[in-house]
Write a protein that binds this ligand. Structure first.
Ligand SMILES: [Zn+2]
Length: 287
């Protein structure tokens, strides 16, 4: 059996770690309930905890460990909380695009996706004076049209797919992969009685440490994703503190932003070694 080639990291490093936060706040709720004049406010208030409180606790935690982080912000959230983008940028963290209303990209057509990107970029330019280089799709879905639009708009990387567990090139766009296993929502998202009971953070810590150790063993990128409305709560800040303490014991771990990982990928031989093409799968098959 041929062996998968090893990903090459900067001198002295065996793997990369990145912390990312998707600053969704109440925007997914707004998209889900679009066109409705009134609705209950319980979930909205729960989600507002993110931009009001959670994001600051997460930024403080990164500062405590003197590590960088990447924040993906729907532009509706940036407009609703206009201090947010400038504050995150002023503290030295990376910012990336994440839709306008956190739209599901597979529920809208190509033109609509183009309008969302342009609207989002305009908000970033107005508030920060520059465009973000990175994109993360809401709900981690991508269409071929959107992938093309990202390249046309000058994004240098996407971070929404899971085709490898280290960076790769997909149709010449750098992909810094995420994965569900190291996302807080699948363990802790609880909005009503239909939600699953949140998992004990001690079990999640063990699971995340095991995945980190596995990625270090195989030389990949551990890209953690959290949401301030979910992980800004006390027990989860404490969970993250324990995780960071474990990870930062290793000097061969490159703890950096997703943008830095993408830049490394583009400037190294990895870009051509892990070059894949976007192949569309036809569902029009006869079984
Ligand atoms: Zn999101």
């Amino acid at each position: 059996m041929p062996k998968a080639p090893a990903y090459q990291w900067p001198e002295g490093k065996t793997c990369a770690v990145a912390f990312s936060a998707d600053v969704d706040g109440e925007s997914p709720w707004i998209w889900r309930h679009r066109g409705q004049s009134e609705g209950p406010i319980g979930e909205i208030e729960q989600r507002r905890f993110g931009p009001r409180v959670g994001i600051y606790r997460l930024m403080d935690l990164l500062d405590e460990f003197k590590v960088n982080g990447s924040f993906y912000v729907p532009s509706w959230i940036a407009e609703t909380y206009p201090h947010l983008l400038p504050e995150i940028a002023a503290r030295g963290f990376e910012l990336g695009a994440h839709g306008h209303f956190h739209e599901r990209v597979d529920e809208v057509d190509r033109d609509h996706n183009a309008r969302i990107l342009d609207r989002s970029l305009a908000v970033f330019e107005r508030q920060l004076g520059k465009r973000p280089l990175g994109y993360r799709s809401p709900s981690w879905e991508i269409t071929a049209d959107l992938h093309q639009l990202l390249k046309e708009r000058g994004f240098t990387y996407d971070s929404s797919l899971m085709g490898y567990d280290h960076p790769y090139s997909l149709d010449d766009l750098t992909e810094v992969p995420i994965q569900w296993l190291i996302d807080d929502a699948i363990y802790f998202r609880y909005t009503d009685a239909q939600s699953r009971t949140p998992v004990d953070p001690a079990l999640v810590l063990n699971s995340w440490i095991e995945e980190f150790e596995g990625i270090r063993e195989f030389g990949g990128a551990f890209v953690l994703t959290v949401h301030p409305w979910i992980s800004g709560r006390g027990q989860r800040i404490r969970l993250l503190r324990k995780l960071f303490t474990h990870i930062l014991r290793y000097e061969d771990v490159w703890f950096t932003s997703i943008g830095e990982i993408a830049s490394w990928h583009q400037s190294s031989a990895n870009f051509s070694t892990f070059d894949t093409k976007l192949k569309l799968v036809s569902t029009n098959v006869t079984l």
